[in-house]
Every structure is written in structure tokens, then in C-alpha cells.
Design a protein around this ligand. Structure first.
Ligand code: PMP
Length: 303
């Protein structure tokens, strides 16, 4: 990664190297951070951040779950996002706002200060250079997602990504592009950092929020765009073998965008190539950024 020059930290844009954390920070020891991944795109109206307000509201929701008071409201964080993009002269960016329990007191319930940073840098496709076109080979992980009422899957908290690391690192070690996790019920959940859509007979089927997953903003956007385009969208529990039997399969997320999956556990998905519904969804989604898809919902927020 080429580090950008500037970063936003506790209300100020400062040199990247100066945004440091003490080794005794609570967040480092106990995973007590909440964060977001957000992308901006070059659009005909100028650079726009995709669903910035929704992402920052989710950051506040994640913090609420952990009873972590974030000292900046959504508006102040939105300004921070814009400021750090501008300070780094980026034409498009991946933004990473993070609020974390810092230094102060000791122990799990310590009321430490909550510090906030926002980094922004250029990032291409998350899962590899040509994956949006070619798709990836995925596997089902030997690691399951958290059981209900253990670690809240609906919070985007740093500690959750211990699970994600196990899933993603196992998949890479075995030579796969990404891992898919099952919920503690044994039913499908989501990818290490992506939600899932399966296509059966032209309809989109996605796993429900009760299946230990993060309620993705890309997932929501796809459901809205697909329904507006007249496609059927169903949220439902599905067994593992549906990954092998569906006509098409893709992952989605801010980082992964819309990444087709061409095989699971060595079995080809459909024809083994990204199919027409996946392509349609990619066109609708990426069309938001070149103007081909009208931005009916005000999802593009200008830098
Ligand atoms: N699930 C997990 C575990 C994730 O980390 C992400 C990425 N934030 C997603 C799903 C997709 O969420 P979104 O579309 O909001 O980026």
C-alpha cells in the first residue's frame, strides 16, 4: 500500500505519520473499535461518495451497540471524509473511518476516551486486479460465524474481524480467492467481508440478517436496484449445497463491489463464468457512477 500524505485524526487533518495510537490503547487489547469502509467514485457531476450518510449512520449504530460514545456526529464525520479526500488530492478513494477506545483506565469496562480517525487512499478491486470481469474461486470455510447473542454480527466492530481473518486467511492458504462462512445453524451466512447473492431462474436470493451477517449497504443497494429493474429479490435462509446448485453467484461489499464467483469448493457455478444476471447487476451498480443508472435515492454525495 502506498500511504497517502494526510489523515484525519480527532478533528484535524495531519501528516499520516503523526496519527499514532498508544500500545496500551483499549482498542488494541480488546478489539474495541468500530469502523466503516466507504468508496468515492468519479462521476459526471464530480467526485461523489457512495451512501456516505448511511455508512456514517451505521458507524454510530455500531458504536451504540458497544456503548461507545463517538465524539463527532455524522455531519462532522462527513466533513472529515471530504477534507481528507481533498487533502490527499484523490480522484477516487476508499475511506476508512474508525472510532476506537484509546488510552485511559484499565479493564474491559473502562470508560476510556474514544478517538476517531479517517484514512483515505486509492484502492482498486479488493479481491484482485481482474476479478470484477473474471470472477473468483471461493470455498466454504471450516470456520463458522458467531452464534446469535454472542458477538453482534450487525455491528461493524474491529473484534468481529478476527472471524473474518480466519475465514479469509484459510481460503487464501488453500488457494481460493475468498472464503464463505456458514452461520452456527449450518446455513449460509456471508463471505469474510462480503454479502452473498445466489441466482435461481433469474431471481436474486440473499441470506437474511438473522444469518449472522453484516447488513451491507451494497447488499441493500443491489436489492433496491434489482427490484426497480423488475427482478425478483428474496431474502431467505439457504443450505450450503445451494452454492453448488445455483445458476449464478456473486459477492458484494464496498471493497469487493460486485465480484462474480465462478466456482465453490471446486464445483463450477452454473457455466463457470459470470452470468447475465450478475452482469446486469454490475451494470446497474457501476452505472450509478457514469450516469447510466439514475441516482433516484440521492446515494451520490458530492465531495
Ligand atoms: N459483510 C462483512 C463482514 C463486511 O465486512 C462487509 C464490508 N463492510 C460487508 C458484509 C458488506 O458491507 P457493505 O456493503 O456495507 O460494505
Amino acid at each position: 500500500m502506498n500511504y497517502p500524505e494526510h489523515i484525519w485524526h480527532n478533528g484535524q487533518v495531519k501528516p499520516w505519520a503523526e496519527a499514532t495510537v498508544h500500545v496500551m490503547a483499549h482498542g488494541l487489547h480488546y478489539g474495541s473499535s468500530v469502523f466503516e469502509g466507504i468508496r468515492s467514485y468519479a462521476t459526471p457531476q464530480g467526485q461523489s461518495i457512495f451512501r456516505l450518510t448511511d455508512h456514517l449512520q451505521r458507524l454510530h449504530a455500531s458504536a451504540k451497540i458497544y456503548d461507545m460514545p463517538v465524539p463527532y456526529d455524522v455531519q462532522a464525520l462527513a466533513k472529515g471524509c471530504r477534507d481528507v479526500i481533498r487533502a490527499n488530492g484523490l480522484e477516487r478513494a476508499y475511506l476508512r473511518p474508525i472510532a476506537y477506545r484509546g488510552l485511559g483506565g484499565f479493564g474491559l469496562s473502562a470508560e476510556t476516551p474514544v478517538d476517531v480517525a479517517i484514512a483515505a487512499w486509492h484502492m482498486g478491486p479488493y479481491l484482485g486486479p481482474d476479478v470484477l470481469e473474471a470472477g473468483i474461486d471461493a470455498c466454504v470455510s471450516s470456520w463458522q460465524r458467531f452464534a446469535p447473542n454472542t458477538i453482534p454480527a450487525g455491528a461493524k466492530a474491529g473484534g468481529n474481524y478476527l472471524s473474518g481473518q480466519l475465514v479469509a486467511r484459510e481460503a487464501r492458504r488453500l488457494g481460493f480467492g475468498e472464503g464463505i462462512a456458514l452461520a452456527s445453524t449450518g446455513l449460509l451466512s456471508e463471505g469474510a467481508g462480503e454479502n452473498l447473492f445466489l441466482v435461481f431462474k433469474g431471481a436474486l436470493h440473499t441470506t437474511p440478517v438473522s444469518a449472522a451477517l453484516l447488513n451491507g449497504i451494497t447488499r441493500d443497494s443491489i436489492m433496491v436496484l434489482a427490484r426497480e429493474a423488475g427482478l425478483e429479490v428474496v431474502e431467505r435462509d439457504m443450505p450450503r449445497e445451494y452454492l453448488y446448485l445455483c445458476d449464478e453467484l456473486f459477492m458484494c461489499g464496498t471493497a469487493a463491489e460486485i465480484t462474480p464467483i465462478r466456482s465453490v469448493d471446486g464445483r463450477p457455478v452454473g457455466t463457470g463464468k459470470p452470468g447475465p444476471v450478475t452482469r446486469r447487476i454490475q451494470d446497474l451498480f457501476f452505472g450509478l457512477f457514469d450516469g447510466a443508472t439514475p441516482d433516484k435515492h440521492g446515494w451520490l454525495e458530492r465531495v
